[in-house]
Design a protein around this ligand. Structure first.
Ligand code: HEM
Length: 205
């Protein structure tokens, strides 16, 4: 189905998605301000963790959506989704640093080293930083398209680390349902890229 919105329509779609992407944050802040969650700190840490993972999957789904539908314009939404991944990851990390360690960096780092599921989440977050920092047009120009693309392939490491972090956390409760669902989603999204890159390679005799 051909759907080729004009630049103005794309601007409108982007603005609408921007507001939608902020809603989970606004909802969480509202519910906590109203005193609804019984465990507000846990509610915020977990809610922001969930939305980091959702936006990671949404960002990775842009290229498959473009290839399957021919909607090339969706690529223009990818940067915004990537930045929302970072936004929720930063909130998630801030919750941990604040609620678990009262901004004591040394204590926080000790915890990062001590608990493997935190170690993995922390590595994923640290790897997200250069991606967010190089998301501007000026940085793309400065790095050059090819190097920028190579750097942004880090997302193929970040996503499995995010799943491993989630899996490890839930393993303590013997509850694997959601990690399996998201593990399959990420495996399909990354598997498609492997398939496309192998299919593109010229056959050697
Ligand atoms: C790409 C990076 C990350 C992703 C995708 C991610 C994702 C998640 C998810 C999905 C959860 C489970 C939420 C639920 O129970 O529904 C979670 C929990 C958690 N994450 Fe992360 N996370 C990331 C980075 C981090 C970092 C950097 C830290 C801290 C250094 C961290 C600390 C935690 C903690 C403390 C919990 C809650 C554990 C509990 O309540 O028992 N995460 N994360």
């Amino acid at each position: 189905m051909a759907f080729n919105p004009s630049t103005k329509q794309i601007g409108f779609i982007k603005a609408a998605l921007f507001v939608l992407a902020l809603l989970p944050f606004l909802r969480m802040a509202y519910l906590v301000a109203q005193g609804v969650p019984v465990e507000p700190l846990e509610f915020l840490t977990r809610g922001t963790g969930d939305w980091t993972l959702y936006f990671l999957c949404i960002t990775l789904a842009v290229t498959p959506l473009r290839r399957f539908t021919g909607w090339n314009w969706v690529i223009k939404l990818r940067r915004m989704f990537g930045l929302f991944t970072f936004f929720y990851a930063l909130l998630h990390f801030t919750c941990f640093l604040w609620f678990d360690h009262f901004f004591d960096i040394a204590e926080m780092l000790k915890d990062v080293v001590k608990r493997p599921f935190i170690t993995v989440g922390f590595i994923a977050f640290v790897l997200l930083v250069p991606l967010a920092a190089t998301s501007t047009n000026a940085m793309i120009r400065k790095l050059g398209g090819k190097r920028w693309q190579q750097l942004h392939r880090l997302v193929y490491v970040i996503a499995p680390l995010g799943i491993l972090h989630f899996w490890w956390m839930k393993a303590g409760k013997n509850d694997f349902q959601e990690p399996i669902i998201f593990g399959v989603i990420v495996a399909v999204l990354l598997g498609l890229r492997v398939y496309w890159s192998v299919a593109k390679r010229p056959a050697t005799s």
